[in-house]
Design a protein. Structure first.
Length: 266
């Protein structure tokens, strides 16, 4: 903070600095020739830029360049190594990536500052892209206000997640942060109770009373809720099972939970 001397100090008006949002919290990056072309061919998507390896030549490269030109999208050339780093996948990037604008994606901290979040899902240790994609699709369909997809410890939003979500990942209300533990701490500090699913919990998603603002943590099928997140959990809930079935796939459990929240809101 800068102090203004003299009379200026009495009349100065302080304005908060604008929040700087990382590109990783604004775009979904898709890589590989087919996913990039599909993004460029979809008029419902806004592609910020395409990055093409300087070694990419031939018909495939020309097809991507032509598709980008027809949409007015900038094509940047970079080294093949740089494309691998940006894509985060050195085996499947095929020398090309595209940054697709995700209009509802933002940092969790910013979303909490803005207010308006009632129902929030937190993904914790879910590393299977298909599960992350299906959860994004289901939660968005159910009208969940935010889905926390941490940058570490959870499958990144890549072409596999996009495919599993049937493209909904581009417009899902994704909230970003470093880890699920960081998200849990932020939510608790902001007054949200944290509910987590556990097959042995005595309270069920049907019998429990939820606050008007609440967050629900979904853990992996193998490890459940991670040790760093457990201290932040305020209540444990189960989904009643019959016929000796112990549990559901995490994406299926998310669907049951999300539409129970829809039912309660009606």
């Amino acid at each position: 903070m800068v102090r203004l001397p003299g009379a200026w100090a009495q009349t100065a008006v302080w304005h908060p600095l604008p929040v700087e949002i990382s590109p990783k919290d604004r775009f979904v990056t898709v890589y590989g020739r087919k996913p990039v072309l599909e993004a460029l061919d979809d008029p419902a998507l806004t592609v910020d830029k395409v990055v093409l390896a300087d070694t990419a030549r031939g018909a495939a490269a020309h097809e991507i360049i032509d598709a980008a030109r027809s949409r007015g999208v900038q094509v940047q050339r970079a080294t093949a190594q740089r494309v691998k780093v940006l894509a985060g996948n050195g085996k499947q990037d095929q020398g090309v990536l595209a940054d697709v604008v995700a209009p509802r994606m933002k940092p969790l901290a910013l979303a909490l500052e803005e207010g308006g979040l009632k129902s929030v899902l937190v993904l914790d240790g879910i590393t299977t892209p298909a599960n992350v994609g299906m959860i994004l699709r289901t939660a968005t369909a159910a009208g969940i206000d935010g889905i926390v997809v941490p940058r570490r410890g959870v499958a990144s939003i890549d072409p596999l997640v996009v495919k599993a979500s049937a493209g909904v990942a581009f417009r899902a209300p994704v909230l970003r942060c470093g880890t699920s533990a960081e998200a849990s701490a932020l939510l608790r500090a902001s007054g949200y109770p944290l509910y987590a699913l556990d097959s042995h919990a005595s309270d069920t998603i049907y019998s429990a009373s939820f606050s008007s603002r609440a967050a629900f943590v979904l853990g992996s099928e193998t490890s459940g809720i991670t040790d760093d997140v457990r201290p932040h959990i305020t209540s444990w809930l189960s989904i009643p099972m019959a016929a000796g079935v112990e549990s559901l796939n995490v994406a299926s459990a998310a669907a049951v939970l999300c539409f129970e929240l829809v039912r309660r809101a009606q």
